[in-house]
Design a protein around this ligand. Structure first.
Ligand code: TPP
Ligand code: MG
Length: 889
C-alpha cells in the first residue's frame, strides 16, 4: 500500500501533542532516546504492511546545524587573499596555454568551483608524508590540476617557466592532468578518466586498513581524500564500490563531491537535485553524509524561516533552476525563487539584488567547508562523503558562470578578466592585465609566510610522490627449485604451478609477508582455496560465524589479519586493490608484491582503463590471466574464451606480458620480474597468462633462461636437416599451443621434414625489442646496423618459419618484419565457442594438423615439396579446403 501523498493535518491538536511529546523527550532524554522511540513506532507501522513515510534523504540544507559547526581557527581574510591569487594564476596558466596559438586546452571552470574545497583541505587537513608521518593520500579531481599547480607556484615549488609549460609535456612540462608517469615526483594518482579516482580511493583506504591489520604499516589517523565531480558520479566505477567502503567501515576515507550541478554539456540533474540523489545513494550504502548546501550568508534567512517557506522553496526547486539563479543574477533570483511565496519576498526585501547574488553556496564558504571536513575526519566507523554545493565557473563573470558551456571555456575576454580581477582583488592594473602576468607575492609578505606556515604545520607541500626500493631481499631463482625440475610424467597445469610458486614465495622470510594474493571470487577456479586456511582471507570484522566447512582442509577462513584479498565478483574493485598494493612502495613507503589472478577475459577487456592507469602509476606487481587461451579454456564459450588479452596488454608500454607453456618458464619469468621490479626499480609490471590444461611439466633445459626472459629460445630439434635433406622448418609456439607445435614436428618428421621447435614466451617483448632496434638503425644510418634478437635467433638458416598461438594472428604477426625468412602466423581470430580442445584447435586452425599443413605449404612455396603433397596431406589429415573461416562464423 503506497503511503498517501496527501498528509494534510486533519487533527492539529493531536499533532501538537505528539510533537510536544517529542520535544520533551529530546530535551530530557536526548536524541538517542528519541531515535529509539521513532524506531519502535516505525516497527509497529511495518506490521500494518504500509510503506513508511521514510525517505533516505534529508531536507535540502546543511547537515551540520550552525550551532554545531566546528570553528575555523585561521585568518579568513588572509586565506581569501591567497585563494584569490591561486585562482588568478590557475586562470592565467590556462589562458596563456591557449593564447599561444597552440590551443593546448585546459579548464578554468572546474577549479573555479572547487577552489575553497581544496584550500580548506590544504590549510587545515591534508597532512604531507615526510620522515615523521606517513601522511594523507589525496586523489585530486583531474580537471582541477591548474589550481593545484597554482598553489605550488605560490609555495615556491614551481616558477613562471614551469607554469608556461602547462600542457607542454614533450621535453618535460606540467602535465595536463594528474599523471605520475609524466611527473613522478609530484602526482600520485591518475584520476582524470572519470570514475577511476573514486574507486581507487576506496580500495586505497581498504589496503591502508589491510596493512594496519597485518601490522605491516600502522595506519594511525591517516586519511584518504577523494575529490570528484558530481557529473563524474554517473560513472558506474564512482559509486559501484560504495558498499565495500561501508561494509569495511572505512572511516579513513573521505569523498568530497564538488556539486556544481553541471557536467560538460549541461546540468547533471536539471530536473532533479544531484545532491539529494547522491545523499540517497551514499546513505543507502551506509556512508556518513555531510551536505554543505548553503553558505553562512543564508544563516540569518534560515533563522527567520519559522514557517519553513524558505526550506520548502529550496526543497521544491530543481537544479536546472538553481543554475539559472547563478547565471541570471540577483533580480532574476528575487523574482523566480523568492517570488514564489510572498513571505519569502518579504524576507529579502531589505536585500539588494547584489546582496541576493552574494547569498553563497556552501562549497564557497570556508567556514562551512571547514566544519564539514572537521566532522568528517572525526567520524568513526563509517566512510564520509561531503556533498558541497558550488557554482561552476565561480567568478568567471557574465557569459561563463553557471552557463551550460562553462566547462569548455578556456579564455576570458578583457571585460571578464577585469571582473575577475576586481572580484578577487588581484593587484594587477588594466594595462598589465592583457599580458596575463602570473602573480606571486614576495617571499616575506604576510601572504607568503602564512601560506608556507600552514603547510609546514601539516608536514610540507603536497602533492608529492616518493618511491622506495630495496626494502626487502629478492630471493634467488632456487626459490622455485621444484618448478625448475618439472613434474616428470605427472600432468599439471601452469595455473597449478603458479599456485605452488605463490606458496613458495609466501614461505620466504623476507618476501613472504609482502605477497598479496588477490582474487575476484575465483580462488576455487584456480585451485587456490588452500590459501584460505593457510593465509586467511582478510576481513576487518574477522569471522562472525562458524564456517560451514570448518575442519576441512580448505576451510573458508576469514580473519582480521588475513593475507588473501577476496574481493568478490568485482574485477574493477579487485584491480583497484591490486593498484593500491602495487603502488604501496610509494603511497606507504612499504613494498607489497601483489598477484591478482582472474579470468583472463575479464581483465584488460573489462577494466582496461584501470590497467592503463597502472602503467601511469608505475604499479609494480603481477597480473595473472587465468583460464587463458581461446581454445584452452574450452567449455565456457564466446564470452569467456580470451584470444586477445596479450594484444591489449601490448598497448601498455610498461606492461611486460608473457604466455609461457611450461612451469620452469613461469618460474624464470616471475623471478626475473621480482628482480626487475623490486631490486632494480624498473617501472614495469607483469601480465602472465596461466592455463588450466594439464600436461607433464618438463625440467628446464640448459641455457634456456635468457631466452625465456627475452621472449624465445630453441627448445629442441626434431629430425635432421642438412645437405641431403633441405626440408627444414622453424616452428614457433607459445602457451599451450606450443605443445601442438611439438606434435606437428613429429608429424612432419614422419613426412621427412625436419624442424626446430622454438618456445616463444612473449611475442610482445620480441616485437618491442625489434622495433626499438629498427628505430635505432633508422636514426644511425652511418653506424653498423644492430640486429634484433629475433633476427639473430633465426639467422642460422632461411628455412620457413611458422608460428602458432592461442591468440589472434596479430599477436604472433608482430614479429613478421624481424623474421629473416618466409613467415606464417596462425592464430585464433573469431568468436570463441564451447567444445573440446581438440575440436576448437582444429576449428581455429591452430592444431598440429594445421601447423603441419602450414609448414608444408611454406616448403611448397619454396619448391622444396610439390603442392600435391600438401594437398594429399590435407586429405590424409581430414582438412577440408572449403572449411568455414573461423573469423567469420
Ligand atoms: C571516462 C571519461 N569520460 C569522459 C570524460 C570527459 N569529461 C571531462 S570533464 C567532463 C565533465 C565533468 O563533469 P563533473 O564531474 O561534474 O566535473 P566538474 O568539472 O563539473 O567539476 C567530462 C565528460 C572523461 N574525462 N573521462
Ligand atoms: Mg560538475
Amino acid at each position: 500500500m503506497p503511503f498517501p501523498r496527501d498528509v494534510s493535518d486533519i487533527n492539529p491538536d493531536e499533532t501538537r501533542e505528539w510533537l510536544d511529546a517529542l520535544e520533551y523527550i529530546l530535551e530530557n532524554n536526548g536524541v538517542e532516546r528519541a531515535n529509539f522511540l521513532l524506531e519502535r513506532l516505525s516497527a509497529r507501522m511495518t506490521r500494518t504492511g504500509a510503506r513508511l513515510p521514510y525517505t533516505i534523504t534529508t531536507p535540502y540544507r546543511n547537515t551540520i546545524p550552525t550551532e554545531r559547526e566546528a570553528f575555523m581557527p585561521g585568518d579568513l581574510f588572509m586565506e581569501r587573499r591567497i585563494r584569490s591569487l591561486i585562482r588568478w594564476n590557475a586562470l592565467a596558466m590556462v589562458m596563456r596555454a591557449n593564447l599561444s596559438g597552440d590551443d593546448l586546452g585546459g579548464h578554468i571552470a572546474t577549479f573555479s568551483s572547487a577552489a575553497t574545497l581544496y584550500d580548506v583541505g590544504f590549510n587545515y587537513f591534508f597532512r604531507a608524508a615526510n620522515d615523521e608521518q606517513a601522511g594523507d593520500l589525496v586523489y585530486f579531481q583531474g580537471h582541477c590540476a591548474p589550481g593545484i599547480y597554482a598553489r605550488s607556484y605560490l609555495e615556491g615549488r614551481l616558477d613562471e617557466k614551469d607554469l608556461d609549460r602547462f600542457r607542454r609535456e614533450v621535453g618535460g612540462g606540467l602535465s595536463s592532468y594528474p599523471h605520475p608517469w609524466l611527473m613522478p615526483d609530484y602526482w600520485q594518482f591518475p584520476t582524470v578518466s572519470m570514475g577511476l579516482g573514486p574507486i581507487q580511493a576506496i580500495y586505497q583506504a581498504h589496503i591502508m586498513k589491510y596493512l594496519d591489520a597485518r601490522k605491516l604499516v600502522p595506519m594511525g589517523d591517516r586519511k584518504v581524500w577523494a575529490f570528484l565531480g558530481d557529473g563524474e558520479c554517473d560513472e558506474p566505477e564512482s559509486l559501484g564500490a560504495l558498499g565495500l567502503a561501508a561494509r569495511e567501515r572505512l572511516d579513513n576515507l573521505i569523498f568530497v563531491v564538488n556539486c556544481n550541478l553541471q557536467r560538460l554539456d549541461g546540468p547533471v540533474r536539471g530536473n532533479g537535485k544531484i545532491i539529494q540523489e547522491l545523499e540517497g545513494a551514499f546513505r543507502g550504502a551506509g556512508w556518513n553524509v555531510i551536505k554543505v548546501v548553503w553558505g553562512r550568508l543564508w544563516d540569518p534567512l534560515f533563522a527567520r524561516d519559522d514557517k519553513g517557506f524558505l526550506l520548502q522553496r529550496m526543497n521544491e526547486t530543481v537544479d536546472g533552476e538553481y543554475q539559472n539563479y547563478k547565471a541570471k543574477g540577483g533580480a532574476y533570483t528575487r523574482k523566480h525563487f523568492f517570488g514564489k511565496y510572498p513571505e519569502l519576498l518579504k524576507m529579502v526585501e531589505g536585500l539588494s539584488d547584489d546582496d541576493i547574488m552574494r547569498l553563497n553556496r556552501g562549497g564557497h564558504d570556508p567556514f562551512k567547508v571547514y566544519a564539514a571536513y572537521h566532522a568528517a575526519v572525526h567520524h568513526k566507523g563509517e566512510p564520509t562523503v561531503v556533498l558541497a554545493k558550488t557554482v561552476k565557473g565561480y567568478g568567471m563573470g557574465e557569459g561563463s558562470e553557471s552557463e551550460n558551456v562553462t566547462h569548455q571555456v578556456k579564455k576570458l575576454d578583457i571585460e571578464s578578466l577585469k571582473h575577475f580581477r576586481d572580484r578577487f582583488d588581484i593587484p594587477i592594473n588594466d594595462e598589465q592585465l592583457e599580458q596575463l602576468p602570473y602573480y606571486r607575492p614576495p617571499t616575506d609578505t604576510p601572504e607568503s609566510v602564512y601560506l608556507k606556515r600552514r603547510r609546514a604545520n601539516l608536514g610540507g607541500s603536497m602533492p608529492r610522490r616518493v618511491a622506495v626500493f630495496g626494502d626487502f631481499t629478492v630471493p634467488g631463482l632456487d626459490v622455485f627449485e621444484s618448478q625448475l625440475k618439472g613434474t616428470g610424467d605427472r600432468a599439471v597445469s601452469t595455473t597449478m604451478v603458479m599456485v605452488r610458486m605463490l606458496q613458495s614465495l609466501v614461505r620466504d622470510k623476507s618476501l613472504g609477508p609482502r605477497v598479496v594474493p588477490i582474487v575476484p571470487d575465483e580462488a576455487r577456479t584456480f585451485g587456490m582455496e588452500g590459501m584460505f586456511r593457510q593465509l586467511g582471507i582478510y576481513s576487518s570484522e574477522g569471522q562472525l560465524y562458524e564456517p560451514e566447512d570448518s575442519g576441512e582442509l580448505a576451510v573458508y577462513r576469514e580473519t582480521k589479519d588475513g593475507q588473501v584479498l577476496e574481493e568478490g565478483i568485482n574485477e574493477a574493485g579487485a584491480f583497484s586493490a591490486w593498484l593500491a598494493a602495487a603502488t604501496s612502495y610509494s603511497s606507504h613507503r612499504f613494498t607489497l608484491v601483489p598477484f591478482y589472478i582472474y579470468y583472463s577475459m575479464f581483465g584488460f577487456q573489462r577494466v582496461g582503463d584501470l590497467a592503463w592507469a597502472a602503467g601511469d602509476m608505475q604499479a609494480r606487481g603481477f597480473l595473472l590471466g587465468g583460464t587463458a587461451g581461446r581454445t584452452t579454456l574450452n567449455g565456457e564459450g564466446l564470452q569467456h574464451q580470451d584470444g586477445h588479452s596479450h594484444v591489449l596488454a601490448s598497448a601498455i608500454p610498461n606492461c611486460r606480458a608473457y604466455d609461457p607453456t611450461y612451469g620452469y618458464e613461469l618460474a624464470v619469468i616471475v623471478h626475473d620480474g621480482l628482480e626487475k621490479m623490486y631490486r632494480d626499480g624498473e617501472r614495469v609490471f607483469y601480465y602472465l597468462t596461466v592455463m588450466n590444461e594439464n600436461y607433464p611439466q618438463p625440467a628446464m633445459p640448459d641455457g634456456a633462461r635468457e631466452g625465456i626472459v627475452r621472449g624465445m629460445y630453441r627448445l629442441r630439434t626434431v629430425g635432421t636437416a642438412g645437405k641431403k635433406n633441405k626440408k627444414l622448418v622453424r616452428l614457433l609456439g607459445s602457451g599451450t599451443i606450443l605443445r601442438e607445435v611439438e606434435a606437428a614436428a613429429d608429424m612432419l618428421d614422419e613426412l621427412g621434414v625436419a624442424s626446430e621447435i622454438w618456445s616463444v614466451t612473449s611475442f610482445n617483448e620480441l616485437a618491442r625489442e625489434g622495433h626499438d632496434i629498427e628505430r635505432w638503425n633508422m636514426l644511425h644510418p652511418e653506424e653498423t646496423p644492430r640486429v634484433s634478437y629475433v633476427t639473430q635467433a633465426l639467422s642460422e638458416s632461411d628455412a620457413p618459419v611458422v608460428a602458432a598461438s592461442d591468440y589472434v594472428k596479430a599477436y604472433a604477426d608482430q614479429i613478421r618484419a624481424l623474421v629473416p625468412a618466409p613467415y606464417r602466423a596462425l592464430g585464433t581470430d573469431g568468436f570463441g565457442r564451447s567444445d573440446s580442445r581438440k575440436a576448437l584447435r582444429h576449428f581455429f586452425e591452430v592444431d598440429r594438423r594445421f601447423v603441419t599443413v602450414a609448414a608444408l605449404d611454406a616448403l611448397a612455396a619454396r619448391q622444396l615439396i610439390a603442392a600435391k603433397v600438401v594437398r594429399a596431406t590435407m586429405d590424409k589429415l581430414g582438412i577440408d579446403p572449403e572449411k568455414h573461416n573461423p573469423r567469420l562464423v
